[in-house]
Ligand binder design. Sequence first.
Ligand SMILES: NC(=O)C1=CN([C@@H]2O[C@H](COP(=O)(O)OP(=O)(O)OC[C@H]3O[C@@H](n4cnc5c(N)ncnc54)[C@H](OP(=O)(O)O)[C@@H]3O)[C@@H](O)[C@H]2O)C=CC1
Ligand SMILES: O=C(O)C(=O)Cc1ccc(O)cc1
Length: 449
Amino acid sequence: MTAVSKYTAAETEALQKSKTIGIIGLGDMGYLYAKRFSEAGWNVVGCDREDLYEETVQKFADDKFKILRNGHFVSRISDYIIYSVEAENIRKIISIYGPSTKFGAIVGGQTSCKEPEIAAFEDILPKDVKIISVHSLHGPKVSTTGQPLVLINHRGDDESFRFVECLVSCLNSKIVYLSAKEHDKITADTQAVTHAAFLSMGVAWMNINQYPWVTPRWIGGLENAKMNISLRIFSNKWHVYAGLAITNPSAHEQVLQYSSSTTSLFTLMIQKKKDELRERMLKAKEFVFGHINDHDLLLDDYILQKFSLSKNPPGGKQPNSHLSLLAIVDSWFTLGIVPYDHIICSTPLFRIFLGVTEYLFCAPGLLEECIEDAVHDESFRQDDLEFTIAARNWASIISFGNFELYKREFEKTQKFFSSKFSEANVIGNEMIKTILERVHEREAANESK
Ligand SMILES: NC(=O)C1=CN([C@@H]2O[C@H](COP(=O)(O)OP(=O)(O)OC[C@H]3O[C@@H](n4cnc5c(N)ncnc54)[C@H](OP(=O)(O)O)[C@@H]3O)[C@@H](O)[C@H]2O)C=CC1
Ligand SMILES: O=C(O)C(=O)Cc1ccc(O)cc1
């Protein structure tokens, strides 16, 4: 890890006067960066697809950054160029504009998996060009404050790196310094498998034709979190999740393990092998949550009850096997992943997933209850079967690297849930804020020990 001392106001002003920032791809994340940098006083230019030039000029007419016709115009005048485009096309797009990069400039990308992005930069860019990449570990609708922002100084000198640090400081994110390799390993452990779980929930609900917020079977704090996160993922663009999982080879192993854990646990449930299931879950619990005490959980049912999409009043407890949560802990155990080791480099959705899982496993009595329900209550069998099939289907699509099939499955489910996205987004933002505060409180408590 490298860290440099903080830049001064005079240094910032001098850099702002002398440097131009270029953003290629003004979609959700590119726009977020262009807007924030230009509002903080940086000179920013950007472009989207050339065939959409006129529309792009219109679309951003009220913003402070300047729209150029294409990536050649951006590259030739910018001192730091960020490619914020679909992961699937990053090499193709770098190969078009890369040779126009200004002599001695710095180039980076926002894609969620760094190995292919950096390899394309290395293969295509002239040797004088420095490579410093970024990855904001949150979606475009979340406040950047306090969220992790990974900086990868792959081929940059100290001065260039300091410039990039100075630039991104206006986002008020928490900077995490990693190599591309470290980054990809951590994001495979955290993001890919989190998304696989929530994608599978969404598909399972669609396939049984249920909107979970209208039926009393999915009432309760844990269910609120599941619904919200699942809808949040389906409200985003398919290529974000496809790119992240398909282009990262470590992610394939995680997603396949998740599917395999889901199948094995579901099999134990229908075979009514309660003791075996219990023993397996307790072993995994000890590995993942051995150090957690039940007074210090990231989330609790009281907090989670507040984030409901349902109009039904919270009734009594409903039986639920929580297969999706049992399977993630089983996967972490099998793969030797301690999720808390990655918390400094985690996304909001991963933290919520960890929070609800921790709650199920560590709040007194809940795990026992859920194992009992999993084996003896048959009302969730169909849902769990659909969930198991969905998890396997996502694992196959991802490991075969099939972008087209990913898109088809994702968009079909997206359509099913689309009426609820704006409401889920408002509630989801509140949930994300609450859990980030809890993570920071826990970090502060640990630091003072
Ligand atoms: N959304 C998220 O939550 C996060 C996304 N990321 C990553 O950041 C990157 C951008 O994601 P996001 O902003 O969400 O995606 P978007 O689809 O919103 O943005 C990508 C933009 O790039 C444009 N584009 C495509 N080809 C070119 C080209 N040749 N020249 C200029 N622009 C082009 C696209 O146009 P068109 O749509 O017409 O093809 C689109 O507007 C992705 O790699 C994603 O994985 C990282 C962190 C979070
Ligand atoms: O929090 C999440 O997992 C999200 O869904 C948003 C997201 C998507 C892609 C990224 O590379 C980073 C964050």
